[in-house]
Design a binder for this molecule. Sequence first.
Ligand SMILES: [Zn+2]
Length: 147
Amino acid sequence: MDQNDSSPETPDARKDSDLIAAARGAAVHSYAPYSRFKVGAALRFADGTIVTGTNVENASYGLTLCAETVAVGQAMAQGRRGGLVAVAVTASGADVVTPCGRCRQVLMELAGLGGTDPLIHCCGESEVRTARLSELLPAAFGPARLA
Ligand SMILES: [Zn+2]
């Protein structure tokens, strides 16, 4: 996280305000009838394309999909392999939300294919904390480990 910036948003977050808005827009379509915790994720690729996802809960609970995982699946379904440069994650509630451990690994798979280390904008209602994926998932196991 950028601890040297006293504003609620880092310069990188201000630059990616459209990406954050896309994540907030995706959260509107959240399927979260059990937790009511609506999450949105948006991925930016090197060509400028934004791909979004939202959380999809399941009555069995354990089969619930996080917004970030849905977004990565959507991007993969479009044939994207790598080129991930930034991610925004938003959720209902005021607190800053960060990707869960599973989603960090899922994001690493897509980032690792292109050798990028995307910015991750973890958004709250009035605050954004930004970190590199490598900071959120140090010593990660990625595609390069199997090459
Ligand atoms: Zn997750």
